[in-house]
Write a protein that binds this ligand. Structure first.
Ligand code: ZN
Ligand code: ZN
Length: 256
């Protein structure tokens, strides 16, 4: 097994040196990564947009925690995101999820690995990576689970274990993209469960996009109920709120 692992690492390093096309502009780039220009364009807002919520990475007018995380304390501890879900990074997500270019998962996992390695505070040294499970309908539609592909590749890059078996989907649920904010929160209630082997574990949940945080909250609740020591979210992209959307949703806590 050690031999196979070393061979895979060596091949990946070799392929990384081979010139190929940029995943965004199709210009020349090493090993299918983004060219320098596109890399800056995709990651620019995350690096330059100013203060963010220290929990969910939402852009804020000042330092601290966003109104949502103050009013409805999420069950997850922290989020790391590689870029904002905005042009041109959203196109990369579209190509992965809608155009089913699962081959780009490795390049995207590289962007997320960079964000994880640059994170302060750092991801726990013993954190195990767990992808968000796809619904059966999404698996049949795409033929693969984007979060699982990301998690596998990210685990290799970060040299962490990937443990998809630690998170199960208990039912199919409703397609999230068709729902509003509060409906999203309600639709993911008790959608996930974890086996009783997570006691004391530091969990890093891997997903492609964080929008309202309701999915990550629901998953973190299940892990924390199972005794997990911490739950972080590692996502490719963080959806910014609309300009007038910073206020928390009215009414009862939509996450419970
Ligand atoms: Zn490019
Ligand atoms: Zn927040």
């Amino acid at each position: 097994m050690a031999y196979l692992h070393a061979l895979r690492e060596f091949t990946a390093r070799l392929l990384g040196q081979v010139p190929a096309s940029c995943g965004l502009c199709l210009g020349s780039a090493q090993g299918g990564r983004l060219c320098g220009y596109c890399h800056r364009a995709v990651t620019h807002s995350m690096a330059q947009s100013g203060p963010r919520c220290t929990v969910c990475q939402l852009v804020l007018n000042g330092a601290g925690i966003c109104p949502d995380c103050v009013q409805h304390t999420p069950a997850f501890d922290r989020v790391i995101a590689a870029f904002d879900y905005a042009p041109p990074g959203d196109l990369l997500i579209h190509r992965l999820k809608v155009q089913r270019q699962f081959i780009s998962a490795g390049m995207l996992a590289g962007l997320l690995a960079d964000a994880v390695l640059a994170s302060t505070p750092a991801l726990h040294a013993d954190a195990v990576l767990v992808p968000v499970p796809a619904s059966r309908a999404a698996l049949l539609r795409r033929g693969f689970n984007p979060a699982a592909e990301l998690a596998r590749s990210l685990a290799r890059k970060l040299r962490r274990p990937c443990r998809p078996e630690l998170l199960l989907r208990t039912r199919e649920g409703v397609k999230q993209a068709q729902l509003g904010r509060i409906e999203r929160a309600r639709s993911v209630q008790a959608l996930y469960s974890c086996p009783p082997r997570v006691q004391g574990l530091h969990i890093a949940v891997v997903d492609d996009v964080l929008t309202t945080g309701s999915t990550l909250h629901s998953i973190a609740k299940a892990f924390k109920a199972g005794g997990a020591a911490s739950v972080w979210g590692l996502v490719l992209a963080r959806t910014p709120y609309p300009a007038d959307g910073l206020a928390a949703a009215p009414g009862p806590d939509p996450r419970d």
